[in-house]
Design a protein around this ligand. Structure first.
Ligand code: BES
Ligand code: ZN
Ligand code: ZN
Length: 500
C-alpha cells in the first residue's frame, strides 16, 4: 500500500472510499463541517439515523458518483475516550472491510482527525493501522481467483492548497513503522526450512547494502575462535550452523557517542533439542527469532530514516535441534565471559545465545544502554498473557523509556522484578552458574537473573520477554494469524528517541 497526499480541496481528492471514525452519539456533519460539501448525503435522514457510532460498527454510505466522496465508511469508536489504540483499531477494521469489498484505494481526510486533538500524532497511527491491517502472509500461498487484492494506495487529503510538511512527516513515520513491522512479520513467518541462520544473515547483508549500515556476519568457525561456546552449544545439533550478525549505524559526527545496543534472540527453530518439546504447536517455534527480526528491521529502518543516534544491532542465530551431536543435558560450557555454565534443560537455549551476545555487546562497545529482546520463557506468557510483555531492567530511566516507546507503538510492557531471593536457583554443583532453576515457578524471573549475570557493574540494561506476544493464534484487526512482529516498533521508537 503506497501512501500518497492530495491537497487543494475536496473536488481534487480521488480514491475509492473515505474512512472516517465516528464516536457514539456524534453528529458527524456538526463535528466535521467540511464534509457538507464533500459528502452532503451524510446529513440526509436515513444515514443520520442509521449510524450509531457504536464500537466497531461499520456503516457504508453512498452518494452520487460525481461527488468527491461517493463512498464513505463510518467506523464506530464507541463512547470511551478516543485513544491512539482505539483509532488504530477503527482504521484497521475499516481497511479490512474495504479490502474484503475488493476496493483498491482509501482516503483519510486529515481534517477528520482534528476533533480528536492533534492531527499529526493521530495521522501517524491512522496510516500505520491502515498499512498494517492490509498485511497478509504471502509468498508461499498461491492466490485463488476472486481473492481480494491488496489495497494499492492510501491517500491523505488536505483542504488547503499545499500538503503541510508536519503532517506529511507524521504520515511517513507511520508508514515506516508499518514497513518495519511488516518486514519483521515476513521474516518470522518464513518457515524454518527457508529461514535458517545463514538465510537470516543474508537478509541482513541485503538490507545493509547501499545504506549507512555496516553488516558483519560471524560464522561458526569465527564464533568458535572468539569463544562463543554457549551460543555454539545451542546450534551444534542443527544441520544449519549458527551465525552472529552485527549491524552498526553511526551517523556522521556521532562516531564517539556511546551507542544504544539492541540484542535479539534468533532461534530460527526451537524444537527444544534433546529436551524435546511436545508436538502440539511446535510449528509456532519458527517464531523463536522474533527478537532478532525486531532488531534487524528496526535498525535498518533507523539507518534509512537517518536518525541522529548511534545504534548497534546484534542478532544471535542458531537452530535448536536434537541430533547425535546435540548438546546433552548436564553438559558444561565456558561462555564468552569466562563463566562455566551447566546446561540442564536444552530447551532453555535462548538465554545461552543471549549470554554470549550480551557479553560481546559490552566488550566491543561502551553502550549507553543494552536492550535485549527474546521469546524467552513460556513462564512469562503464563504470567502476563498475550497482551503485555515482560520487562526487566536494572535502570528505572531505561525501563520508563521502554514503556513509553511501547505506548507509542501500541505494544505494552510491564516491569517485573529481578528478585534477589531467586538467584540461588542458578547455583550449580559443577559449574559457576546453572542455566535453569529446578522449578517452573517464577521462570521468567529466573531467566532474567541468568541474563543479568552477564551484565557488567554499572551497565544499563533492559530485557524484554515477548514469549506471549510473538504468535497470534486468532486473527486481530491489525494482525492475521501468525507472527505479530511484536517489539519491532518498540525498538524503532526507542532508536528514534535515542538514549544518552
Ligand atoms: N522459545 C521458548 C519460549 C517460548 C515458549 C516462546 C512459548 C514462545 C512461546 C524457550 O526457548 C523455552 O523453551 N523456554 C523454556 C525454559 C525452561 C526449559 C526453563 C520454557 O519456557 O519452558
Ligand atoms: Zn526453548
Ligand atoms: Zn526458544
Amino acid at each position: 500500500m503506497d501512501i500518497r497526499f492530495q491537497a487543494g480541496g475536496a473536488d481534487k481528492w480521488k480514491a475509492d472510499i473515505a474512512l472516517i471514525p465516528i464516536r457514539e452519539g456524534e453528529k458527524i456533519t456538526d463535528t466535521c463541517p467540511e464534509l457538507d460539501s464533500a459528502a452532503p448525503y451524510l446529513v440526509i435522514a436515513p444515514a443520520m439515523r442509521d449510524v450509531s457510532g457504536r464500537k466497531d460498527e461499520i456503516s457504508l454510505i453512498y452518494g452520487h458518483p460525481d461527488l468527491p466522496y461517493s463512498r464513505v465508511m463510518l467506523i464506530g469508536l464507541g463512547r470511551e475516550a478516543v485513544t491512539p489504540d482505539s483509532l488504530r483499531r477503527a482504521y484497521a477494521l475499516g481497511t479490512r472491510r474495504a479490502r474484503a469489498m475488493h476496493l483498491r484505494s482509501l482516503q483519510i481526510p486529515a481534517f477528520t482527525l482534528q476533533r480528536f486533538g492533534g492531527v499529526d500524532r493521530l495521522l501517524e497511527e491512522a496510516v500505520y493501522a491502515c498499512k498494517l491491517a492490509d498485511y497478509e502472509v504471502s509468498g508461499l500461498k498461491h492466490r485463488k481467483p476472486g481473492d481480494p487484492e491488496p489495497i494499492s494506495f492510501l491517500s491523505v487529503n488536505f483542504t488547503g492548497e499545499y500538503v503541510p510538511e508536519k503532517e506529511q512527516a507524521a504520515a511517513r513515520r507511520g508508514e515506516d513503522a508499518a514497513d518495519t513491522v511488516i518486514l519483521a512479520r515476513n521474516l518470522i513467518n518464513t518457515p524454518a526450512n527457508m529461514m535458517y541462520p545463514e538465510a537470516f544473515a543474508e537478509e541482513a547483508r541485503r538490507l545493509a547494502e547501499g545504506t549507512a549500515l555496516s553488516c558483519t556476519v560471524y560464522d561458526e568457525k569465527q564464533l568458535s575462535d572468539m569463544g562463543f561456546n554457549a551460543h555454539l552449544a545451542v546450534g551444534q545439533g542443527g544441520k544449519n550452523p549458527p551465525r552472529l550478525v552485527v549491524l552498526e549505524y553511526t551517523p556522521k559526527g556521532h562516531e564517539n557517542d556511546a551507542p544504544l545496543v539492541f540484542v535479539g534472540k534468533g532461534i530460527t527453530f526451537d524444537s527444544g533439542g534433546i529436551s524435546l518439546k511436545p508436538a502440539a504447536n511446535m510449528h509456532t517455534m519458527k517464531c523463536d527469532m522474533t527478537g532478532a527480526a525486531a532488531v534487524l528491521t528496526s535498525v535498518s529502518m533507523l539507518a534509512r530514516e537517518e536518525v541522529p543516534h548511534r545504534v548497534v544491532g546484534i542478532m544471535a542465530l542458531a537452530e535448536n535441534m536434537p541430533d547425535g551431536g546435540a548438546v546433552h543435558p548436564g553438559d558444561v560450557v565456558t561462555g564468552l565471559n569466562g563463566s562455566t555454565i551447566e546446561i540442564i534443560n536444552t530447551d532453555a537455549e535462548g538465554r545461552l545465545v543471549l549470554s554470549d551476545a550480551l557479553t560481546f555487546a559490552q566488550k566491543n562497545w561502551h553502550p549507553a544502554a543494552v536492550v535485549d529482546v527474546a521469546t524467552l520463557t513460556g513462564a512469562c506468557a503464563t504470567a502476563l498473557g498475550d497482551q503485555v510483555a515482560g520487562l526487566f531492567s536494572n535502570d528505572t530511566e531505561l525501563a520508563d523509556r521502554v514503556i513509553s516507546a511501547g505506548n507509542c507503538a501500541g505494544e505494552n510492557y510491564w516491569r517485573m522484578p529481578l528478585w534477589e531471593g531467586y538467584r540461588g536457583r542458578l547455583e550449580s554443583t559443577v559449574a559457576d552458574i546453572c542455566h535453569t532453576g529446578s522449578s517452573r515457578e517464577g521462570g521468567a524471573i529466573v531467566a532474567a537473573l541468568f541474563l543479568e549475570h552477564f551484565i557488567s557493574e554499572g551497565a544499563r540494561w533492559a530485557h524484554l520477554d515477548i514469549a506471549g506476544e510473538d504468535w497470534v493464534s486468532e486473527a486481530k484487526p491489525l494482525c492475521p494469524k501468525g507472527a505479530s512482529g511484536f517489539a519491532a516498533r518498540t525498538l524503532l521508537e526507542l532508536g528514534r528517541g535515542g538514549f544518552e
